[in-house]
Structure formats: structure tokens, C-alpha cells
Design a protein around this ligand. Structure first.
Ligand code: TRP
Length: 73
């Protein structure tokens, strides 16, 4: 079973979306999570999840540092 570090996503506005994308030959959304301002999602990459897409203003804390996603103006 694949193990990986946790990442932490903190929403900076209401309605931030976190999409989980499948691992394997085809890459598809398999899960959507909606976060309101201040809410935090702690998540891992797994056998099923190879990538995540974050839409909206959020802080993304990873082993590589902190990045901020921004929504369109
Ligand atoms: N069932 C999913 C999985 O094990 C749950 C999950 C893990 C997930 N990490 C995620 C869903 C990140 C969305 C985003 O892969």
C-alpha cells in the first residue's frame, strides 16, 4: 500500500473546491470536497489519488513549503 505525507489545505474563502484525481491510465475526478473559510482538509496521496486540484483561495501546506492558490478576479 502506498504511503505518503499528508498535505494540509486551509480555505481562505467560502466555497473552495478540492478535487481528487485518479491514479492510473486515465486521470479523472473521483472526489470533490467543498471547504468554507477557515476550514482545513488534511489529505494524503494514495493508491487511488495521484493529484489534487484546488480551486479558490487557499493555503496549501506540503513538505515542499506553502503555496497559495488564488481564484479569478
Ligand atoms: N478514497 C480516496 C483515496 O483513498 C480518498 C482521498 C485520499 C482523497 N486523498 C484524497 C480524496 C485527496 C480527495 C482528495 O484516494
Amino acid at each position: 500500500m502506498m504511503q505518503s505525507d499528508y498535505i494540509v489545505i486551509k480555505a481562505k474563502e467560502d466555497g473552495v473546491n478540492v478535487f481528487g484525481l485518479t491514479r492510473g491510465n486515465d486521470t479523472k475526478f473521483h472526489h470533490t470536497e467543498k471547504l468554507d473559510r477557515g476550514e482545513v482538509l488534511v489529505a494524503q496521496f494514495t493508491d487511488h489519488t495521484s493529484a489534487m486540484k484546488i480551486r479558490g483561495n487557499a493555503e496549501i501546506h506540503t513538505a515542499h513549503g506553502i503555496v497559495e492558490s488564488e481564484g479569478k478576479e
